[in-house]
Design a protein around this ligand. Structure first.
Ligand SMILES: [Cu+2]
Length: 504
């Protein structure tokens, strides 16, 4: 591939006919990535996040994490004030081994209170990093637990009371990976970080004219959740991944505040879905499209042996923005609800690797006959009356908004719970439960989507749907400190669509 041609294509300044083989990404494909900073028809290198595997100290895997502020060049021509973990914006990928004891030493060097949650982990409530484990400025919080989860792609992010949305938006979030390399090797799953195994952390951001993040708690933004028109992968807009191998594992991770993604490749090629939020599925699925709500992850294997450049895209029409258009009867969201390119992939120089042929992956425990200790109903509600329009209220679960002093539910350790999630509101809500990997029993009595057939910690409850989830409450008891369950549209969570449960 001729580098000059490549750059010219990226800048969209070529003219005349170019044979398809030499056009990695056409202007048409690059268009739509306008953002505030027009024009930004530039291409960036893929950002591989720093890998942090901690230090082994007295048999524990110890991670030292500092919340800090800085400045980052995200737009082509301006810098943005950002926050991050051990870096100016976003965070390293934390890699840990299944079965290990980990110790997280989190120092808050910000000038505001923060909390750091280990999304998807089974762990004691005191170590969970929810709003009850707030870290004051200049203080260090230590969390320690043994990893009981399966190998999986998890998410660590701010969970500060009422401030989660804006802190994640400014950069307090990253990916965690629990790895089992022996299992990967046995199944032929790519697992070399940055060689054939890549984090793909998806975020959208809005900017103001001066290049700072735009985050505004208007009623409309609270209702829809914050959306932006600049798409980032691992914090970088419009980037090109040149993978080292032709068979790659992409750890797709929706770390956006509110945007739902309907992911496809530009040539509509099939890929193999191998894992959901909590680890490997029992079998792989060949798909051409996958939906990810805020907080959800999915691991896919993509065969690039034809060496053709492709683009990972999101296509419009699925998420809550289309509801807005319907509701408002206009096109006010048309700038936000459209197709976007997310990541270009150029495998023209990739080393050829063996094809992926495995279809049977792991055997998950059979929960079909477990005894259910407790069934609970969870109604995800948005009151559209005066409280929504004039106050701060309106977002509730079972009629109650989040209250730090109220324990909404009490469960028993080492039992199974069945929760029925109902959505009588007019928007979709991705529902997340802490301290568990659940299984989706059914959606409205039907089988769940392929990416919901393994372990999950977030499930989208679309408008008018009923979804049943089943999960073990885990071994940890704490009568005082609760875990959270909430909508993972962070503005909904901050506005009250969250509850607390203890495990005793
Ligand atoms: Cu919601």
């Amino acid at each position: 591939m001729n580098r000059r041609n490549f750059l010219r294509q990226g800048l969209g300044i070529t003219s005349g006919l170019i044979t398809a083989a030499y056009v990695p990404f056409t202007l048409a494909e690059t268009a739509g990535q306008t953002g505030i900073s027009k024009p930004n028809y530039y291409l960036n290198d893929f950002n591989l996040p720093a890998l942090d595997e901690g230090q082994t100290i007295q048999g524990k895997q110890v991670f030292k994490l500092a919340l800090q502020q800085g400045e980052t060049r995200i737009l082509a021509d301006k810098t943005t004030k950002t926050i991050g973990i051990n870096q100016d914006f976003l965070a390293p990928v934390l890699r840990m081994k299944k079965g290990q004891v980990v110790r997280m030493e989190v120092t808050n060097n910000l000038s505001e209170t923060a909390a750091l949650h280990w999304h998807g982990m089974v762990l004691p409530a005191s170590e969970d990093g929810g709003p009850h484990q707030a870290i004051q400025p200049s203080k260090t919080w230590v969390a320690e637990w043994k990893i009981l989860n399966e190998a999986s792609t998890l998410f660590y992010h701010s969970h500060t009371h009422n401030q989660t949305g804006q802190q994640v938006w400014r950069g307090l979030g990253g990916q965690m990976q629990i790895v089992d390399e022996d299992q990967d090797a046995e199944l032929g799953i790519p697992h070399e970080y940055g060689i054939d195994d890549y984090p793909v952390i998806l975020m959208d951001r809005a900017f103001d004219e001066s290049g700072e993040f735009y985050y505004s708690n208007t009623r409309m933004n609270k209702m829809l959740g914050m959306h932006g028109d600049v798409m980032l992968v691992n914090g970088v807009a419009n980037s090109v991944l040149k993978p080292k191998k032709t068979l790659v594992r992409l750890r797709l991770h929706n770390a956006s505040n509110a945007r739902f993604y309907d992911l496809v490749f530009s040539d509509n090629r099939a890929f193999q879905l191998i894992a959901s939020d909590g680890g490997l599925l029992e079998r792989s699925y060949s798909l051409r499209q996958i939906r990810l709500a805020p907080g959800e992850r999915a691991e896919i294997i993509v065969d690039l042996s034809d060496r053709k450049p492709i683009t990972l895209k999101t296509i419009k029409g699925y998420g809550n923005l289309s509801m807005r258009m319907g509701m408002m009867g206009g096109n006010s969201a048309s700038d936000l609800d459209q197709d976007f390119n997310l990541l270009h992939i150029d495998p023209s120089q990739s080393e050829r690797s063996a094809a992926f042929k495995t279809t049977q992956l792991v055997t998950l425990p059979d929960w079909s006959k477990v005894e259910v200790a407790q069934t609970r109903q969870m109604n995800l509600e948005m009151q559209m009356g005066p409280r929504m329009m004039f106050g701060s209220g309106g977002f509730t679960i079972n009629g109650q908004a989040m209250n730090m002093n109220v324990i909404n539910e009490v469960a028993h350790a080492n039992t199974f719970e069945l929760w029925e999630l109902h959505n009588p509101s007019m928007m979709h809500h991705p529902f997340h439960v802490h301290n568990t990997q659940f299984r989706v029993l059914d959606r409205n009595g039907q089988a769940p989507y392929p990416w919901e057939r393994g372990y999950k910690d977030v499930v989208t409850v679309h408008k008018d749907e009923t979804i049943r989830i089943l999960f073990p409450t885990g071994p940890y008891r704490d009568e005082l400190i609760p875990y959270m369950y909430h909508c993972h549209i962070l503005e909904h969570e901050d506005a009250g669509m969250m509850g607390q449960f203890t495990v005793v």
